[in-house]
Design a protein around this ligand. Structure first.
Ligand code: ZN
Length: 172
């Protein structure tokens, strides 16, 4: 029993590590930090205004840079064709054409919808060096970008909270 628990613990630990700190030595990849410049967001609201339009959970992730629990988001396994917009402001962020199954428990994309979709900034919280992804329009927190994406595509993995996204299915 003891060994079983230890084994499970090791698996979970290695999963967490592989999702959160993938080959972090290569994280200076210029591609990862494109659109790095922090500009003034087009959409600006007071914290009270954000709280009025977002649920408590949405506010925590989008405005306080929280993270939804792995494998709990509604878009993690979604394969439908369509676009993913910012839950806070409606800005186009990602499309289903670059979505893939990373196995990490959050929706993953290997590219952004277009050059004005997101901005990125360095994130040193929790003793890790990561690159945070924010909506370019309202600077709400979306997730992080890593360099362990599909090598036959961009090599990037945009690991995004479902709760930060609003999916609209393509009309057939
Ligand atoms: Zn936004």
């Amino acid at each position: 029993m003891f060994y079983y628990k230890k084994y499970v613990f090791l698996i979970i630990t290695s999963m967490l590590l592989s999702c959160n700190t993938p080959s972090s030595n290569k994280i200076s990849n210029q591609q990862l930090i494109k659109n790095k410049t922090m500009t003034t967001p087009k959409i600006q609201k007071t914290e009270a205004e954000w709280k009025a339009i977002l649920s408590d959970e949405e506010y925590h992730v989008l405005r306080e840079a929280g993270t939804e629990r792995a494998f709990t988001g509604k878009y993690t396994d979604l394969d439908a064709d369509g676009n993913y917009y910012c839950k806070a402001c409606g800005h186009l962020l990602f499309t289903s054409t670059t979505k893939y199954h990373s196995g990490c428990g959050w929706p993953a994309f290997y590219d952004i919808a277009n050059d004005s979709a997101v901005i990125t900034k360095m994130d040193y919280k929790f003793g890790m060096t990561r690159i945070e992804v924010l909506c370019k329009n309202c600077h709400s927190h979306l997730g992080h970008v890593f360099d362990d994406g599909p090598q036959n595509k961009t090599g990037l993995r945009y690991c995004i909270n479902s709760i930060s996204l609003d999916f609209k299915e393509q009309e057939k």
